[in-house]
Design a protein around this ligand. Structure first.
Ligand SMILES: [Zn+2]
Length: 314
């Protein structure tokens, strides 16, 4: 019988499923990405499972555990309880994966938590045991790792930093609350910051293709545009406020900033650092704030790491 010394890490997105065959040391051996539709019917789920199986090739007997990063809240009972951005029958998919990977543990994990674990294992946070990962995209996601373990919480909502309050009675958020960090530090938030500053400074806004189109604003800020610079400064201000609050709650060793907007980390990172130090007690002031380093591989790597640790604890 083949030695079971490989992992499969899967990253489920709204339109794409990525899968990677990964060694126990976190080395990616092979990977694949397939486009998918609505993942509800047994037929579609079986098709997705088959395309994931293909990544293991002839080594399928060597796969010990399978990790699955999903965009939603995963309860401690491995149920998908809140997934506004995807149509996925998680239990159905886990059943299909159990058929193609017989004898393997199938371990689901929230995608931001998976990215946190990926960065902890092989990325910017490697070597750290306590890490907070923040993903800045159309929303603000977060994964908190303490002593090497993801903080899931009593309801699976541990690390929902995007919905922490930064402005009393502020902008309305999709979650139902007002003034959430997500409404100021996501790409949608940046666009809103920018439009406000354009209006108050009497500046004609640059052309944006959609309500979360951050790139032209970063470009304008690089060119010295006053409204764009102020919008980026707002992002940094509110993000730093949230980070300093987290620092004085759990005192992580490192903050890692990922997601689509982390490409502009050089632009906002120094401002975040400046405010963060200002709002933190001396014990927390030297905590590193780093850009993520794994890019699109973080989810699959982190899912595999989740599978590795869960599998060992089985
Ligand atoms: Zn919210």
């Amino acid at each position: 019988m083949a030695e079971k010394n490989l992992l499969v890490g899967i990253d489920i997105g709204g339109t794409t499923v990525k899968a990677a065959l990964i060694s126990m040391e976190g080395e990616i051996i092979s990977q694949t990405a397939v486009r998918t539709g609505i993942m509800q019917s047994e037929e579609e789920l079986a098709k997705v499972a088959q395309s994931i199986l293909a990544v293991a090739g002839d080594d399928v007997d060597r796969v010990a555990d399978v990790g699955l990063a999903v965009p939603g809240v995963v309860s401690p009972e491995d149920k998908l309880t809140n997934a506004p951005n995807i149509s996925l029958d998680l239990e159905g998919l886990m059943d299909e994966l159990a058929k193609v990977f017989p004898g393997c543990g199938i371990w689901p994990v929230n995608d931001a938590n998976a990215a946190a674990l990926g960065e902890l294992w092989k990325g910017a946070g490697a070597g750290s045991k306590n890490l907070v990962f923040i993903t800045l995209g159309t929303g603000v996601g977060c994964g908190i790792v303490i002593d090497g373990k993801i903080v899931v919480g009593a309801h699976g909502a541990g690390g929902e930093l995007g919905h922490t309050n930064v402005v009393e009675d502020g902008r309305q958020c999709n979650c139902g609350l007002k003034g959430c960090l997500e409404m100021y530090a996501s790409s949608r938030g940046l666009v809103l910051n920018y439009k406000e500053h354009c209006a108050s400074l009497g500046i004609e806004p640059v052309k944006l293709d959609h309500e979360a189109h951050a790139l032209p604003i970063f470009e304008a800020a690089r060119g010295g545009d006053a409204a764009a610079t102020a919008a980026v400064a707002d992002l940094a201000h509110y993000l730093a406020r949230a980070l300093s609050n987290v620092a004085m709650t759990i005192d992580p060793g490192v903050f890692v900033i990922g997601g689509g907007m982390s490409g502009a980390f050089d632009l906002f990172g120094p401002f975040v650092r400046e405010h963060y130090v200002e709002w933190s007690i001396p014990a927390c002031q030297n905590t590193q704030i780093l850009p993520a380093s794994l890019g699109n591989d973080a989810g699959a790597l982190g899912a595999a790491y989740q599978a590795l640790t869960k599998g060992r604890a089985r």
